[in-house]
Design a protein around this ligand. Structure first.
Ligand code: CP
Length: 307
């Protein structure tokens, strides 16, 4: 049973809660594949997406997930809202509560903003990415993709390559994968590897080949070009050569290894185009998993279990 009002990250939920979301997500994904997009689990409920940062995948898939469950959907972007007039996050939340809104899906540049909102409003709050902290629904869709492909997550070797320091995706993956029994390897330029993730259970690798050796999953992370003014690596070309993944790196991975990326991809930087479009790529499948797992998250937070 999911016994929480909000989904703020993957540090707090128990393994059983994560597994429940994945089990329902797999059922939702099967229904989507069968063309079934009209459930009425959230009929009469309202889901508001409140995005203070840009997004394609996350915002769009939460909107579609809510609509496929029969909910009303309102989309607010900070650029076109009263945030521009100086309204605080707490007051925005109280305003949505007063309108009898049931869910707020929030993306915010500051770590902790979803927690502050969740403590303020009656609505369920789902963290759609907060600063450098967490992106739990992205990690859950990654787990769904892995679970569907391999039939399990326990025992998988997952190599995460790239800008770990700025990546909320990497942190949520680490917290969840460790609970589910996977081995998590990480490799990044020293300037982009935070201290302490080994204490959270990550195996910090000295080369991309060490990370990829016998791995089941190679996961590239987006180089956040908007954060790279600080000269964390010499050039994109050098980054691609020493920290990116390509066909030659895939040969170090285990038989049947898959390639993943949260998107959007900088082709030729984190992953070669051959890998993005190749047979091992599950990047498009991750997008479908995203709609399915978000349907599961909304359903379970509301207290339902049916699919
Ligand atoms: N993976 C992800 O969060 O993508 P968007 O920024 O497009 O939502």
């Amino acid at each position: 049973m999911i016994e929480r009002k909000d989904l703020l990250g993957l540090l707090q939920p128990r393994r059983e809660e994560i597994e429940e979301i994945l089990d329902l997500g797999l059922k939702m994904k099967a229904r989507l594949r069968a063309g079934d997009k009209s459930l009425d689990i959230l009929r009469g409920k309202t889901v508001t997406t409140l995005f203070y940062e840009n997004s394609t995948r996350t915002r769009c898939s939460f909107e579609l997930a809510a609509k496929y469950l029969g909910a009303h959907v309102v989309n607010i972007s900070a650029q076109s809202s009263s945030v521009q007039k100086g309204e605080s996050l707490v007051d925005t939340g109280k305003t949505l509560d007063a309108m009898k809104n049931d869910f707020i899906v929030i993306r915010h540049p500051l770590a902790g903003a979803p927690k502050l909102l969740a403590e303020t409003v009656k609505a369920h709050v789902v963290n759609a990415g907060d600063g450098m902290n967490e992106h739990p629904s992205q990690a859950l869709l990654d787990f769904l993709t892995m679970k569907e492909h391999f039939g399990r997550i326990g025992g998988l070797k997952v190599a995460i390559l790239g800008d770990i320091r700025h990546s909320r995706v990497a942190k949520s993956n680490l917290y969840g994968l460790k609970k589910l029994g996977a081995e998590v390897r990480m490799f990044a330029p020293a300037t982009l590897m935070p201290i302490g993730l080994d204490r959270m259970g990550a195996k910090i690798c000295a080369s991309r080949e060490e990370a990829a050796d016998g791995a089941d999953v190679i996961m590239g992370l987006r180089i956040q070009l908007e954060r790279q003014k600080g000269g964390n690596f010499p050039s994109l070309g050098e980054y691609a050569k020493f920290y990116g993944a390509d066909e030659s790196l895939l040969r170090h991975a285990g038989k049947g290894a898959i390639v993943m990326h949260p998107g959007p991809v900088n082709r030729g930087v984190e992953l070669s185009s051959e890998l993005v479009d190749g047979d091992a790529s599950r990047i498009e499948d991750q997008v479908l998993s995203g709609v399915a797992v978000r349907m599961a998250i909304l359903t379970l937070l509301e207290g339902g279990t049916h699919a």
